[in-house]
Design a protein around this ligand. Structure first.
Ligand SMILES: *Cc1c(COP(=O)(O)O)cnc(C)c1O
Length: 471
């Protein structure tokens, strides 16, 4: 064995202890850590792109990394990171994620690990938490982008099947053009269309309802009636990123009866609201969708990267993703045969963090997280609406506050960007820019399990402070 490998094998306990020590320090300082570190500390240090001939061993490499780069890490796992839709990591999920790397299992049916059985049981529990029926199968993928990709890939196969074409065998050209209808498709679905060979141009934007981000079912029906016979995927939103608006799924299901299409529901974070009886009605109808996306690294607060794709078309899914080899488990039709149901071949034991989090906190813990985030988003929204310097761009529907600067003279985009840059430099709260109804806006998305009322006050103080600074 190479002497450095032998040394590290002998020092395994010290290496783990050192890692634990660094992690403990990071977590202890998370509340004070800037949400956006200075740009200079986000840069690579000179020489660090050079491959070493002789390594330093794990302890020295760890210390060197931490010394040089700890300052360049954001408090994105902390309670005041409201940018994008960024979940944190509960203690149980973090502990599990450490173990995932430690035990290093390949989560498939290989008959030498319990990993696939636990993945299946995690999916079962998640369906129970979210009120999804047994008929759905599900599997872990790396994020909502891949869950959208898988959902639409099965949809593409279904469209072929309706026409006597096996797209998995014959290719997407045998099917011909597909139309994809959506009012607010997430950009990741547009990327998925490119990856699927359906093409970004296939997306036809359907009008929203007035003053809403929800799809206008009348406009959708008009389009469907004018394109009868065209292979059609409908991408519904169950929680848009700006205003957490939910499409009227029962209405879409009624249309599906008359104009057969594949209904994919992107519920990346909005779907998690179904664990609360208060918000579950917003998802009514999703239990009849063909495929569904739910992210785990957002509102379920497990570490990156993790999401779940659900579908009720196991056989079609296996047609798309099956993988034949003499040395692999055969593609028999069972919902834990993940090698044949997901884009990956080898797969991380990605289910364990959610499994452990559900064990540790149960239904009521998840419900608390969701309801607390919503209540705090409402508190933030109310305070901003009552303030001198800010106004809401939309009502706070759930856990996202979409707002703008008030009384801006001149270029509103530039003023907004300057404000966000000051907020980043101040480091207390992270918000990210958006465009809503043609207006430059700012988003605050609350999805972290740690966030408390005191964080909202700190965030508001920072916002006021950054507003007051000379423009
Ligand atoms: C975040 C998000 C995605 C993309 O998710 P990733 O996990 O970043 O791949 C897709 N759809 C919606 C609605 C999202 O909020």
């Amino acid at each position: 064995m190479h002497p450095r490998l032998q040394q590290d094998l002998d020092q395994f306990p010290q290496i783990l202890e050192r890692t634990r020590h660094l992690a403990e320090g990071f977590l202890a300082g998370l509340q004070q850590r800037p949400v956006c570190p200075p740009l200079a500390s986000q840069q690579l240090q000179p020489g660090d792109d050079r491959l070493a001939d002789e390594g330093d061993g794990a302890l020295a490499a760890l210390d060197d990394f931490w010394l040089r780069y700890a300052e360049g890490l954001s408090a994105s796992a902390g309670p005041r990171y409201f940018g994008f839709v960024t979940g944190g990591s509960t203690p149980a999920a973090l502990a599990a994620d450490w173990l995932v790397s430690t035990v290093d299992q390949n989560s498939q049916l290989s008959h030498d690990t319990v990993a696939a059985a636990i993945e299946l049981a995690t999916i079962t529990q998640l369906k129970n938490l979210l009120g999804l029926p047994e008929v759905f199968n599900g599997s872990f993928v790396s994020g909502a982008t891949m869950a959208n990709f898988v959902g639409m890939a099965i949809g593409r196969q279904w469209l072929g099947q309706q026409r006597g074409i096996d797209v998995a065998e014959q290719g997407v050209t045998a099917l011909g053009p597909v139309q994809v209808l959506s009012a607010n498709a997430h950009s990741s679905s547009v990327k998925a269309l490119s990856m699927l060979g359906i093409g970004r141009d296939a997306l036809k934007i359907i009008d929203n309802l007035p003053d809403s981000e929800a799809i206008d079912p009348v406009a959708l029906e008009r389009h469907l009636a004018a394109s009868i016979g065209a292979p059609t995927l409908v991408l519904a939103s169950a929680g848009t990123v700006n205003t957490v608006t939910f499409d009227d799924l029962p209405h879409l299901l009624a249309l599906r009866e008359r104009y057969p299409f594949w209904l994919h529901v992107d519920a990346a974070f909005g779907g998690v609201a179904a664990c609360s009886p208060r918000y579950a009605p917003r998802l009514t109808g999703w239990e009849q969708a063909d495929s569904i996306t739910v992210d785990a690294h957002k509102w379920l607060n497990v570490p990156y990267d993790s999401a779940i794709q659900f579908s009720r078309h196991l056989a079609l899914q296996m047609q798309v993703f099956q993988n034949h080899s003499a040395y692999l488990e055969a593609p028999t039709l069972r919902s834990d045969n993940y090698l044949h149901l997901t884009p990956e071949n080898s797969r991380r034991f990605r289910a364990l963090p959610l499994w452990l989090a559900l064990k540790a906190y149960g239904r009521s813990g998840m419900q608390d997280m969701v309801e607390r985030n919503v209540q705090l988003a409402q508190l933030l929204g109310t305070a901003l609406a009552a303030s001198e310097g800010f106004r809401l761009l939309a009502p706070v529907n759930l856990n996202v506050v979409c707002f703008a600067l008030k009384n801006i003279e001149g270029d509103a985009v530039a003023a907004r960007d300057r404000f966000i840059a000051r907020l980043d430099r101040h480091g207390v709260v992270r918000c990210t820019p958006t465009l809503y109804n043609g207006q430059p806006g700012i988003r605050a998305a609350l999805v972290n399990w740690m966030t408390q009322e005191s964080d909202i006050h700190l965030a508001l103080e920072s916002m006021q402070h950054c507003l007051a600074e000379p423009h």
